[in-house]
Design a protein around this ligand. Structure first.
Ligand code: 13P
Ligand code: SF4
Length: 339
């Protein structure tokens, strides 16, 4: 049952200040000072409770800065969060991200309790395909391996040979040593991978509702307005967008690119919180910030994380009918990655 707490920690007293001042110093360039007294009491309480209750918070790169920088134990892209769910020493994981990420964590670490702060945090890619669709594709292309993006449900994964993330897709596709694959469900990611390999890629028509909105015209116009602008994009963008960008990679790859190259001005063609989060450790880089919000990611808030801890909600489980097969497809991915 959905529980909601009516009284949240709200007193910005000296104890809260002492435990959160250093955190604020880190994020002062992205969280206005007037907002901090609203976040700080929750941050203080969440950080205290998670230690007492042996809980780890894993946050995706698209989470807001007060989550990403102030309460998360591990932050990263889908791939890093998948590895972390196995490695982290905690009985309970709160996945500050979307449902498929929490489901992947449950598949990889069935012995841990996996909570998601809002069950409705979905993903347009995960919703674009069903297990029945894959069975039909397998009938149409018998014997062709099915490679599935992790942005899918566990049931879809159970029909899959191997999973990929945007961080390892090319490597995994090439490691299969086959002439042809079915790549699901992201059409743009599939086409962006196809441009980099000789493997023939049969794709589905799923799209990310955030990245499909960017256009090459928009990117070119920013390039015109800002001399020397470096543009880096997530591969869920269309191939036409990727063609006019300087670099493409997973959210972690994008973040690493900025850290290593220290461009004077950068535009991250992805979800809005990325630039905020990456700017914290890259104070000399100017971020030009057109972006699109992921409404699913933004369902997760500090208040809902607090409720997750207090009420032990919302537990993510996987139907045993397809858990074993789905787990295998993720474990194959992690294994290829390790090798
Ligand atoms: P990453 O694995 O690159 O973090 O991507 C996940 C995602 O949902 C991007 O939209
Ligand atoms: Fe899904 Fe796109 Fe949101 Fe990522 S940004 S969770 S792919 S809808």
């Amino acid at each position: 049952m959905l529980q909601s707490n009516t009284s949240y920690p709200s007193e910005y007293n000296s104890e809260v200040r002492n435990s959160t001042d250093a955190l604020y110093a880190n994020v002062a360039n992205i969280i206005p000072e007037v907002e901090w007294p609203f976040h700080a009491p929750l941050i203080h309480e969440i950080n205290k409770l998670k230690k007492e209750r042996n809980i780890a918070i894993l946050a995706h790169n698209y989470q807001t800065p007060e989550i990403f920088h102030c309460v998360a134990d591990v932050v990263g892209d889908s791939l890093k969060l998948a590895y972390a769910s196995k490695e982290v020493d905690a009985e309970t994981i709160i996945l500050a991200g979307v449902h498929f990420m929490a489901e992947s964590a449950k598949l990889i670490s069935p012995e841990k309790k996996i909570l998601i702060p809002d069950m409705r945090a979905g993903c347009s890619l995960a919703e674009s395909i069903t297990a029945a669709d894959i069975r039909l594709l397998k009938q149409k292309y018998p014997g062709v391996p099915v490679v599935t993006y992790v942005n899918t449900s566990a049931e879809v994964k159970s029909e899959t040979d191997v999973c990929v993330t945007s961080g390892n897709a090319l490597h995994i596709v090439e490691s299969l040593n086959v002439p042809r694959i079915i790549f699901l469900p992201d059409e743009y990611l599939a086409k962006n991978i196809a441009k980099q390999t000789n493997v023939e890629v049969i794709y589905w028509h799923g799209k990310c509702e955030v990245h499909e909105r960017f256009t090459p015209e928009e990117i070119l116009s920013y390039k015109e307005q800002h001399e020397g602008l470096v543009v880096i994009a997530h591969p869920e963008c269309s191939p036409e967008v990727v063609d006019v960008c300087d670099f493409t990679g997973s959210t972690a790859n994008m973040s690493d690119y900025v850290k290593e190259k220290q461009p004077q001005k950068v535009l991250m063609v992805t979800e809005c919180s990325m630039s905020d989060n990456v700017s914290v450790a890259n104070k000399n880089v100017e971020f030009i910030r057109p972006c699109n919000l992921c409404g699913h990611m933004k369902r997760v808030t500090l208040k809902k994380i607090y409720d997750s801890i207090i009420y032990n909600q919302h537990e993510v489980t996987v139907d045993p009918q397809y858990a074993d097969k789905a787990r295998l497809s993720i474990e194959r991915m992690l294994e290829i990655g390790r090798n």
